[in-house]
Design a protein around this ligand. Sequence first.
Ligand code: PLP
Length: 379
Amino acid sequence: MKVYLDNAATTPMDPEVIEAMIPIMKENFGNPSSIHSFGRSSRAIIEKARKQVAGFINAAPGEIFFTGGGTEADNMVLRCSVEDLGVDHIITSATEHHAVIDTAEVIAGKKGIELSLVKHDAKGYVDIENLKQLLEANRDRKTLVSLMHANNEIGNRLPIKQVADLCKQYGAYFHSDTVQTMCHYRFDVRELGVDFITCSAHKFHGPKGVGFLFVNQNIQLKPMITGGAQERNVRAGTENIIGIVGLTKAMEVAYRDLEAHQEHVQGLKTYMIEQLEATIPGVTFNGDPKGDSLYTVLNVQFPNSEMDEMLLYNFDIEGVAVSGGSACSSGSNVGSHVLRNIGADMTKPSIRFSFSKFNTKAEIDYTIKVIKELFAVPA
Ligand code: PLP
């Protein structure tokens, strides 16, 4: 049996999405910037897609900028905030995706922009009191707060509305990396009051290399990538029309059946937690999987055994695709920056299991059987 449980890394494409992309590949090759009918028909497809995408999150079409994925969108927020909005202080967290934390570090290093890292509590949640203190202490600076909606490794969620309100109170810009939560929850950007959110289509059964950045209409960015007037002068480069249509279809499919999929996937995660607790002595979880946790992610800390370094490989041999770090007691492997920064026990092997609507209970049963065999638990 082959089981794919690495859906936080990427998801298989939905057949409906593939079907929607095929005619675009065959028929709509015109450059959207061309003024002839071929170009105009491509332009019309992109603008229709933008309107649809905006509608799903209650944004205005002019607030949606298509990008080459989540990393690019995150980079745009951080780099353009400093370049165009006069931001001189960034508050983020050490457990952000590398697209944010590495970018923040590069910017801070190069331009002398100050970087503050918000603390986490014992369960790995962002410490909101500490965020408040950081905002209070930097009232006189132009601050960008960049905190992800849900952590891609451990699943902990941010109280996004509360943070948006706090940022408003202190006059700070607020970016939330919603790459892991877009199309897994319903969003209303007006109600949330966020300035920027970012999206990547391949995290919800769409194609890779396409995403978007939402920018509140009161904010005007200049291009990070120059060389053309595409995306209303904010993101140069011929638009990825095939990807944009795929992204839009993936959103449509996701939002159509969202609650049913949430229930199904949460059911798989809960079942897996119960099975692990019942069968594997010494198993624990990183983050707070029974708390305010993204339902697609389960980060499991296994007890030490002689195969610590080989655990990931052993799952692969048995046909179960997962991700995560091995134990790093050897010192050569620094392991996951997320686990390290929430104070997880780095001497034990941790594995991330991440689920999608395509997973089944039978696949979880198979995975549990594999785990029992690996840890020599009697059947
Ligand atoms: N942000 C988060 C939270 C992610 O999980 C990812 C993907 O791993 C990204 C950003 C990067 O997105 P992309 O793969 O589209 O560049």
